[in-house]
Design a protein around this ligand. Structure first.
Ligand code: UD1
Length: 429
């Protein structure tokens, strides 16, 4: 199993190209199930999750073609993939495939909307809490689906097609909103989604669906209105920049000091996180090319953070921010409101010398002068990268084990950091 070796203490200077967003790519790929015409996606990141989803979609009959590179193409540009779901050959998503990636459960909505039936394995628990799908099922029921749960599978039927309805989410759910959208676009009549997730990835998916002929208004607000249409067409869509990758590298620069241009990304995708970083003493400058992040000389100030749905501080940057706070001057409190059990990184950060106390949903971090390298273990995607950030500023060697989590969500992580002066390498075994 691959490991990542880091020798801390180098400042980061240079340019980091930001990839297309994983969390938009996955639902966009799933949206290809809604049409028998090709969907072309540009700026697709090279990630293990994308490859896994290709397999899952292939099982339903989707033909996935990855366009080759031409001489002279930018080596950092994302890939273009063409997905053609001309015929759906199977409406079942089996346990073996769904259990490897939670988001693959979302195929339930387009399969149901287009084929009138879907049988999809329940994703099961995962490392960051129970993560149920009750609200996704509720949304489908509101659109007229009959749902049965049998032997670990959700069996959804709508023999006469879905019909528009009113969906009010009792809590903000990204997956629930994607599900509601993908079901409603082909339903008869109007659907209103209230308390919808406002995450930029939801807006990106809605934009793509509208290019495919859907009639969606209000994406990006908490009330989305969908007029169902009889069928959707193919389209071409470029995936928006990854705000979590952007924020992760911004925090890495904050941690080590230095000056880095995060290229091909936009500040509006993560304004709350950038505001927090500025409070810690980092200079954030939007430019035509992206976002410049710099910290020179001054130390890191302690800032309290509470995770919130967009536009609040994202839960997917919580672990990375905690890594940064381990070296702050003073004490900070981080409250996690989205997921229970999303503090697995605390123990591993402590191995590097961090002083963190946990009480319920709040971590109290007492900044220390120095971290010291150690072997650590990655437990989930965002936790893993927080260990990398801490390792970049720790004295001596940090070895991050179980890096397959990183490959699920971060494209060319060690290459991007090494290009800015980090002493980081992958050790393949
Ligand atoms: C997505 C993101 C993930 C991010 C999360 C929150 C993708 C592929 N993943 O995950 O990176 O951390 O949004 O921004 O886009 N909930 C229920 N019942 C449900 C569904 C959700 O109670 O049926 C709860 C969850 O347990 C959680 C909260 O709602 O407490 C938010 O979860 P949700 O927004 O649905 O997360 P995901 O879509 O799974």
């Amino acid at each position: 199993m691959d490991r990542i070796r880091i020798v801390g203490g180098q400042r980061l200077n240079g340019t980091i190209p930001i990839s297309g967003a994983k969390n938009a790519t996955l639902p966009l790929m799933i949206a290809s199930l809604l049409t028998d015409q090709p969907l072309v996606l540009e700026n697709v990141p090279r990630l293990a999750d994308v490859i896994q989803l290709q397999r899952i979609l292939g099982n339903h009959g989707v033909d996935v073609m990855i366009n080759g590179k031409r001489p002279g193409d930018d080596p950092n540009a994302g890939r273009t993939i063409t997905l053609s779901a001309r015929t759906i050959v199977d409406t079942t998503a089996p346990y073996e495939l769904v259990s490897k990636m939670r988001a693959s459960f979302w195929v339930v909505a387009p399969l149901l909307a287009r084929m009138g039936e879907a049988k999809v394995s329940l994703p099961g628990g995962c490392a960051i809490g129970t993560r149920p799908v009750d609200l996704l099922i509720m949304a489908l029921e509101k659109l007229g689906a009959e749902i049965e749960i049998d032997a670990g599978y959700v069996i959804a039927r709508a023999r006469n097609g879905l019909r528009g309805g009113e969906i009010v989410f009792p809590k903000v759910t990204v997956g629930g909103t994607h599900t509601a959208l993908m079901a409603a676009v082909l339903a008869k009549g109007t659907t209103v989604i209230d308390n919808a997730a406002r995450e930029p990835e939801v807006t990106d998916v809605a934009d793509c669906l509208n290019k495919m002929g859907a009639k969606i208004a209000g994406a990006g607000t908490s009330r989305i209105v969908v007029e169902g249409v009889a069928r959707l067409n193919g389209a071409r869509h470029s995936v928006l920049p990854d705000r979590i990758e952007t924020g992760t590298y911004a925090m890495a620069v904050a941690m080590t000091g230095g000056d880095v241009l995060l290229q091909n990304t936009r500040p509006d995708l993560l304004q709350s996180a950038l505001d927090v970083l500025e409070q810690t003493g980092v200079t954030v400058t939007p430019t035509n090319e992206g976002i410049r992040v710099a910290r020179n000389g001054a130390g890191i100030s302690a800032v309290d953070v509470t995770t919130q749905p967009f536009p609040g501080f994202p839960t997917d940057l919580q672990a990375q921010f905690m890594a940064l706070m381990t070296k702050a001057k003073g004490t900070s409190r981080i409250t996690e409101t989205i997921f229970e059990n999303r503090f697995m990184h605390v123990q591993e950060l402590s191995r590097l010398g961090a002083r963190i106390k946990l009480s319920g949903d709040t971590a109290t971090i007492e900044g220390v002068e120095r971290l010291k390298g150690a072997p650590v273990m990655a437990t989930d995607l965002r936790a893993s990268v927080s260990l990398v950030i801490a390792g970049l500023a720790a004295e001596g060697e940090t070895m991050v084990n179980r890096v397959y989590h990183l490959d699920r969500g971060f494209e060319k992580l060690e290459e991007k950091l090494a290009a800015c002066g980090a002493a980081i390498e992958r050790i393949s075994e």
